[in-house]
Write a protein that binds this ligand. Sequence first.
Ligand code: ADP
Length: 451
Amino acid sequence: MSLFKRDKTSTSDNGGQANLARLALNSIHDGVMITDKSGVVKFINPAAIAMTECGSFENATGLSYNMLIRLQSKEGRELSENENPLVQAMNTNQPLEHFVACLIGVSSGKVIPIALSVTPADDGQGDRVITFRNVTKELAEEGEQAEFISTASHEMRTPVATIDGYLSLALNPQTATIDERARGYLSAAQAASKHLGKLFQDLLDVTKLDDGRIRPHLMPMEMVGAIKQISDAHAMRAAEAKINYRFGSDDPSAFSNARHLEQVVYGFVDPDFLREIMDNLIDNAIKYTPTGGSIYVNVRGDGDRVLINVTDTGIGISSEDIGHIFQKFYRADNSDTREIGGTGLGLYLVKQRVESMGGRVWAESGFGEGSTFFVSLPRITGEEYEKRMIVIRNQQALQAQAAAPAPVQPAPAATPPAPPVAPVSPPVAPPAPTQPQTQPQQNINQNGGTR
Ligand code: ADP
């Protein structure tokens, strides 16, 4: 029974219930703030007053929530509205779950890590409930765990690679002779060792990301073309699994992709993060869609956001599971998913990568009804894209100049030296990427950016 809703006739009881609710809100350690639909604070509990350092209930009420909840990233940069998932959730009246960022105290400027959630209230007035929790202790414990996981996975990857290598030799007819039954056993062992290798790699990626060793290197990018290239690389695998794949439309009867490809949408993203996000979402769409199903990938501009969706007609996600799928190691447990392998880390990685670029990811689905995963990323204008590209080209030209061998000094000669000759053409070639890519880059890193 709700503490706030009761039989309308029992007025005195209503007062009692309201007191109990106030008592509960005043004694919990989590910050709670309730705003109206335009974000003006109507209620704030003592924990939120202490964390935001706003002084008192009276000071806070009537102010906009974003004057009290100022956030900065792990790297210490104050989040602009454009890259702040809290602002996006408040503006669109969408739920936000467990967004971790650093809260800047309004009076001392002291910073504490918090986990933030937003819940649209179902009171018919468009109120929003913002809750936040100090996660300093949790992060310290996670740090210790991460250190252990990182070392352990790193150490275990080597023997797993050795096992995999020997299994490959045993299965190769040129290096070993085995009967069919042994081949079956060894093939199963190899599939398991590959799964283990992937798990260790995912764990390493997750710990590197959690402790801030992997940071986004943002680049201006034309998003429709870039995402089409990444997505189209999965078309063959989808076809092998007998799943229809279409880019540029979620309408199966759409005449062609051309309409969507005409739209030019610019973003400011990390090209490698974008690839990982799309690869994970499309891999899942293929994995969780039975033969005969369909997958649609779409990108469009939506105000100051780039909105990407990966839609499938697969097994779907139940309402109990959907709130948890972005958590580390979470896997929906049902007869369908039990048969399909996975580590429960893919969507966690996706969420971390998206949020590190100032974006938001969420899913809409129902069990047996297919799923749509949305990714919303900051959008830049064509003008901003051009400006940023000029800066990058200039930096590349300078780097190329610095890397070019110094001109050879002419040896001293008896005859007077010739006047210095101006270079025929300036060095304009961008430097080659410094790190090998795990997959062909396919022009995603269009501006020659390196990590
Ligand atoms: P996994 O390695 O298990 O696929 P993920 O983190 O990628 O891990 O996904 C977490 C869980 O979310 C999955 O175990 C699955 O239950 C659910 N899930 C993810 N994508 C889809 C999808 N496209 N359709 C149905 N369920 C999905």
